[in-house]
Design a binder for this molecule. Structure first.
Ligand code: PAF
Length: 311
C-alpha cells in the first residue's frame, strides 16, 4: 500500500544552522532565495516562494511570529500558528529549508539593538500602529538578512509600507540583498490574501470585498482624469463605510517617500492609494499604485465605463 507522504522540508532552528546552511549553498556555487514570513501561509506567501524559486537555486522560508512588531493591544498571542501545515505548504511551493527559531533565539537575553527607518515609518500604518511596528519589522528583517547573507529576498506589495522600509534599510546599510517586490495575490472577489482573513466570519468576509471594490472604483476614477486627492479619498471612504467597515486611514501618498497628500492637493500621474480598515475587529490593509497597477477587480472598470457610455 503506497501512501503518498506529505511533502516536508528540513527545519532549522538556530542561527548557526541557518548561517552554515546558506554559506554551504553559496560555496557550492548556488544562490539563496529568502522568503521571510510569520507563518499561517496562504496563496500570497506561496507565490513569493515560487517567485524565489524562479530567481534562486535554494529557497529558505523563515517562519517566525515576531513579537517586536506587535503593539501591546495587538494580536501577537492569538496570531495564527500552524508550523506543521506551513512546512508542507512551503515544501510543495518549492522551499528547500524552513527556519523556525524560538523567540529567545532571535532576541536572546540582553539584546538591545533596534533598526529604525526614520520618516517612512511615520505615516499610514505607522500613524495608527506606531512607528515601533516598523522598527520591529526592520529589526527582525535585518537580523535575518545578517544570518542568511547574500541572497534575493521576495516581499509582497500588499504590505507596501513594509516593503518601502525594507528597501530603504537594505540601501542605507549596504546589505548584500536584492529585494524583489511581488504583486498582491487576491481571492476571487479581489480581497487581498492575508493571514488575518481567517479571523473574518462569513458576513464580515463578504463586506470586506468592499476594499478591492473601493480601490477599483478609485482606479477607474483616476483613469478618467480625477486628480484631486480629497475626491479620490472620499469615494474610497464612502464605499468602505457603506459596508460598515471602520476606517483607520485612506491616504494618497508619494510611492517612494510615502508623504501623504492633503485633500486639496492634485496628485501626480503615479500615486500610492493605501488604506487600513477594521472588519468586525479584524484590521485589513490594502493598496494600489494608481497610474502603475491594474485595478484589483478588472471587470469593475468595464462595468463603470459601459454603464456610463451610450447603449
Ligand atoms: O510580512 C511579514 O510577514 C512580517 O512583517 C515579516 C516581514 C516576516 C517580518 O516579521
Amino acid at each position: 500500500d503506497e501512501r503518498r507522504l506529505p511533502m516536508s522540508v528540513p527545519t532549522l532552528t538556530t542561527v548557526h544552522e541557518l548561517r552554515t546552511h546558506c554559506e554551504l549553498v553559496r560555496a557550492s556555487g548556488r544562490s539563496v532565495g529568502l522568503v521571510p514570513t510569520m507563518g499561517a501561509l496562504h496563496e500570497g506567501h506561496l507565490s513569493l516562494i515560487r517567485r524565489a524559486r524562479e530567481l534562486a537555486d535554494e529557497v529558505v522560508v523563515t517562519i517566525f511570529v515576531n513579537p517586536t512588531q506587535f503593539g501591546p493591544n495587538e494580536d501577537f498571542e492569538r496570531y495564527p500558528r500552524s508550523l506543521e501545515q506551513d512546512r508542507g505548504l512551503a515544501a510543495e511551493a518549492g522551499a528547500h529549508v524552513v527556519f523556525a527559531p524560538a523567540v529567545e533565539t532571535m532576541y536572546p537575553p540582553g539584546e538591545k539593538t533596534r533598526v529604525s527607518v526614520a520618516d517612512l515609518t511615520r505615516p499610514l500604518c505607522g500613524a495608527s500602529r506606531g512607528p515601533e511596528h516598523f522598527t520591529g519589522v526592520a529589526t527582525i528583517v535585518t537580523k535575518l538578512f545578517s544570518v542568511v547573507g547574500p541572497c534575493v529576498a521576495c516581499f509582497g506589495r500588499k504590505d507596501y509600507q513594509q516593503l518601502a522600509v525594507i528597501q530603504r534599510l537594505v540601501r542605507d546599510l549596504f546589505l548584500p540583498v536584492r529585494i524583489v517586490p511581488c504583486s498582491t495575490v487576491r481571492e476571487e472577489d479581489g480581497l487581498a490574501a492575508s493571514s488575518r482573513n481567517r479571523y473574518l466570519d462569513s458576513s464580515w468576509r463578504a463586506r470586506a470585498a468592499a476594499i478591492p471594490r473601493a480601490l477599483s472604483l478609485a482606479h477607474a476614477t483616476f483613469s478618467s482624469g480625477e486628480r484631486l486627492a480629497g475626491n479620490l479619498r472620499a469615494l474610497v471612504r464612502a464605499e468602505l463605510e457603506e459596508q460598515g467597515l471602520e476606517i483607520d486611514y485612506v491616504e494618497l501618498a508619494d510611492p517612494n517617500e510615502l508623504e501623504v497628500f492633503e485633500d486639496a492637493a492634485q496628485v501626480p500621474a503615479r500615486v500610492l492609494l493605501a488604506l487600513a480598515a477594521l472588519a468586525g475587529g479584524t484590521r485589513l490593509i490594502d493598496n494600489l499604485v494608481l497610474g502603475e497597477e491594474p485595478a484589483p477587480i478588472g471587470s469593475l472598470r468595464g462595468a463603470l465605463l459601459t454603464s456610463g457610455g451610450a447603449a
